[in-house]
Write a protein that binds this ligand. Structure first.
Ligand SMILES: C[S@@+](CC[C@H](N)C(=O)[O-])C[C@H]1O[C@@H](n2cnc3c(N)ncnc32)[C@H](O)[C@@H]1O
Length: 214
């Protein structure tokens, strides 16, 4: 979890990336600070709980974790009772992926920079993304369409946005999200506000959505 002490440096680097600065600085920051995220962020815990509460029974779930970080989503979901599943993760940070790999819970971990998701269309039953999409300097808005593309029709997507950044027109996330809902590509099953970065009193907007039968 990002502490009071780490916040100023993180914020400066993330905002710089958002304004067209060097993404390597953010990748390096995560390489140095990956231990802050061990155990899963508050966003991770919230997403996993919401996803588990809305799971549709299935024999064997294929789950993609977008911005998997230290790989705690697989651990948390398994501890909640999601046993019959294969987990796949993508992240831009090799250090984060090494930590995820050490937990031996993911079938495949890929180093990739969003919005690119290197999987075929309609491939996963579930796509989860915690603490990664709508925060300055992280994933671009095109990522949500990519997540929908790789989800099977009727499958679930569980993700969060930093609330202030979602409401900020400059980010483009609110417009993108609402357009995809209006087009019927996703249907909101759950929309909830909860803690996101507690040390900064920043709230998150959490969703469970279902992909349309298109
Ligand atoms: C705040 S951490 C969250 C990690 C984990 N999901 C959790 O909640 O504990 C954000 C993660 O997203 C990854 N990330 C950020 N921007 C990315 C991008 N454009 N492409 C791929 N990964 C990205 C970072 O490397 C980091 O692992």
């Amino acid at each position: 979890m990002i502490s009071q002490k780490d916040w100023p440096e993180y914020k400066k680097i993330a905002q710089n990336v958002d304004q067209g600065g060097n993404r390597e600085l953010l990748i390096n920051w995560y390489a140095q600070k990956y231990q802050l995220f061990e155990g899963g962020s508050p966003a991770s815990r919230k997403c996993c709980e919401l996803l588990y509460q809305n799971l549709i029974a299935s024999d064997h779930l294929q789950i993609l974790d977008v911005g998997c970080g230290t790989g705690d989503q697989a651990r948390l979901l398994q501890s909640l009772g999601v046993q019959e599943a294969s987990f796949y993760g993508i992240d831009m940070s090799k250090a984060m992926l090494e930590s995820a790999k050490s937990k031996k819970l993911y079938k495949e971990l890929i180093n990739s920079i969003l919005p690119e998701i290197p999987y075929p269309d309609r491939h996963f039953d579930i796509v989860i993304s915690a603490g990664t999409l709508c925060c300055p300097g992280h994933a671009p808005v095109e990522t949500l369409s990519e997540m929908i593309r790789v989800t099977k029709p009727g499958g679930l997507l569980c993700f969060d946005y930093e609330l202030n950044w979602f409401e900020n027109q400059e980010s483009g996330w609110k417009k993108t999200h609402e357009q995809l809902v209006q087009k019927g590509l996703i249907k909101e099953l759950v929309r909830q506000i909860d803690a996101y970065i507690p040390s900064q009193n920043i709230s998150g907007l959490y969703f469970v959505c279902q992909k349309g039968q298109l």
